[in-house]
Design a protein around this ligand. Structure first.
Ligand SMILES: Nc1ncnc2c1ncn2[C@@H]1O[C@H](COP(=O)(O)OP(=O)(O)O)[C@@H](O)[C@H]1O
Ligand SMILES: [Mg+2]
Length: 244
């Protein structure tokens, strides 16, 4: 690492840290994209638990899947999310989006009901409450899916990302679906880093691959690598070529 290089933080996944040459740059927004069941949610939990191991507080924003379900699933990997919450290392927002007529969508808290303010504002309050260093949001798609107007979409993403940057946090944000060539995913342009998770089937054999599409400010391994999800969580085989 040269003097001008930004300090790195671990993604919680050793093989991915190796692909990044030591982790992601501090204060960056990493987008994790992929179809259903590729392990995006598990990745977010692993990132969060690694941060809490370093005693760095996190704010986790859960959309669609309830926090209760995620906390239960996390136990299978030996991650005790309730315990890190009790220790004051994690605060979470447990939300779902309710669509109304005329394309208006409202965030609703599973416990408190309709939000009085915006998601950005709620995140800011929680970050300040525990002096969080990380914001995790899973999935961003849930906030954007009802918004057809591309200008409004860009505004929503831009506003969220700017508030994350202003808070001085690093972030991991998931999006559902794999962008195809010529697809225009605004969040990919606005994020600092993009990691793509994919599944390929050849000769009836499934291979899961991870690829870093971009990461601002650093040099990284741009080749696809194989990954697996085991009882130890998300594991990337950074030293092996992908054999399909
Ligand atoms: N306890 C576990 N042990 C091993 N693999 C698991 C376990 N729980 C889930 N998985 C794997 O993780 C996948 C789901 O991961 P998840 O993070 O929920 O995906 P996504 O959020 O991308 O839809 C499952 O399809 C399964 O392959
Ligand atoms: Mg998920």
């Amino acid at each position: 690492m040269t003097e001008n290089e930004p300090p790195r933080i671990s993604t919680g996944v050793t093989g991915l840290d190796e692909m990044l040459g030591g982790g992601m740059p501090d204060n960056s927004i990493l987008l994790v994209c992929g179809g259903s069941g590729v392990g995006k949610t598990i990745f977010t939990l692993q990132y969060m638990m690694a941060a809490t191991d370093r005693r760095e507080p996190c704010v986790y924003v859960s959309l669609e899947e309830s926090m209760k379900k995620k906390i239960k699933n996390a136990l299978a990997f030996g991650w005790d999310v309730s315990q890190v919450c009790e220790k004051g290392l994690v605060e979470y927002l447990d939300l779902f989006m309710v669509p109304h007529s005329q394309g208006v969508v409202e965030p609703v808290d599973r416990v408190r009901g309709k939000l009085q303010f915006s998601i950005d504002h709620e995140i800011e309050m929680l970050v300040k409450k525990i002096n969080a260093k990380h914001i995790i949001l899973d999935p961003l798609t849930s906030i954007l899916v009802h918004e057809q107007r591309s200008g409004k979409k860009r505004f929503l993403i831009g506003k969220l990302f700017e508030s994350i940057r202003n808070l001085g946090c690093s972030a991991v944000i998931t999006t559902e679906g794999m962008p195809k060539e010529n697809d225009f995913y605004m969040e990919m342009f606005l994020a600092d880093g993009v990691v793509l998770l994919g599944k390929d089937i050849k000769d009836y054999k499934l291979t899961k691959t991870i690829r870093i599409d971009k990461m601002r400010g650093i040099d990284f391994d741009d080749q696809p690598r194989r990954y697996a999800i085991t009882s130890r969580g998300f594991q990337v085989f950074s030293k092996e070529p992908v054999l399909i």
